[in-house]
Design a protein. Sequence first.
Length: 212
Amino acid sequence: MYGRVVQRHLRLAVIVLAAGAGSRFGGAPGAKLLADLEGRPLLEHVLAAARAYGSATTVVVLGYGADHIERAVAWQDELLVLNHLPERGLASSLQVGIDTLRALPEAFDGTFIALGDQPRLRSDVMFALEEAAHRARRGDRPLVVPAYEGERGPRNPLLLLRPAWAWVDDLEGDRGLGPLVDETPDSVLTVPVPGSMPDLDTKGDLERISTT
């Protein structure tokens, strides 16, 4: 598997952001995460990748449609938390996730940030980011992002090392970590990886992903 780390060097969590309304997709708020892809909900594909990676802890931030999502998904040992103000945007869900990790007794070196509506999340990409972060650990680039071949700009999942967690506190709106990546290029470690990370915003996107 590409970039797989045989010996784990960092203790990393995963935060899955799954609080959005998914208004462009249609249906009830939050319904996109339960849309069927290959016989199971979109969100379960993301959780499967996090499990395959073997994260120390996986925090899933729910918001819109939380009750329905909680009943419909086959959970394992994920920690579910609620963003009570999901209308404040992606940044608010990031803050809920980071605050949850801060409150846990475990000492984490960092956390991956994954989106619940990106079912093509891959554990091999996560291993590659971990390996790159370990090699550059003594540096000052706590934002580790994959650059997929043929795609412009950094993509998900983003690895946020512990020194950068405080930066999340000041984020606002629906762009999440995008502003940090754009405004602090000297803090970003970009890791080339194969494949792609398709966005899934509409039912048409789901049809295209289903055929690839």
